[in-house]
Every structure is written in C-alpha cells, then in structure tokens.
Design a protein around this ligand. Structure first.
Ligand SMILES: [Zn+2]
Length: 53
C-alpha cells in the first residue's frame, strides 16, 4: 500500500491518485526508502531543507 502513495508537488497533499484532488496538479510517487507515509512531518522537513539551500 505505501508504495502506491503519491504526493502532490504543488500543495504537498498525499493521495493515491495520479491527479491531486485539491489543485489538479499531477502527483509523483513518494520514495519508500527515505519517506514513510506515517511520517506526517517529513514534508515539512523537506520543505525547510529546500528553503535552506
Ligand atoms: Zn495539490
């Protein structure tokens, strides 16, 4: 199941669909190795990391 979880690149929403139900953008698959769907704060950490670079 967790390999099917995708994430919207635009708003960061997690979904199982190819298209984000919120903003309609295409989603991309998460990477299970470094990214657990249980980790709700992962996206915030990643966002902070991107801003720091
Ligand atoms: Zn979205």
């Amino acid at each position: 199941m967790r390999s099917k979880i995708k994430r919207c690149r635009t708003c960061g929403l997690y979904t199982l669909k190819d298209i984000c139900p919120i903003c309609g953008a295409s989603t991309s698959q998460t990477k299970p190795a470094r990214f657990s769907p249980e980790d709700r704060y992962g996206r915030y950490r990643r966002a902070l990391r991107q801003e720091a670079e």
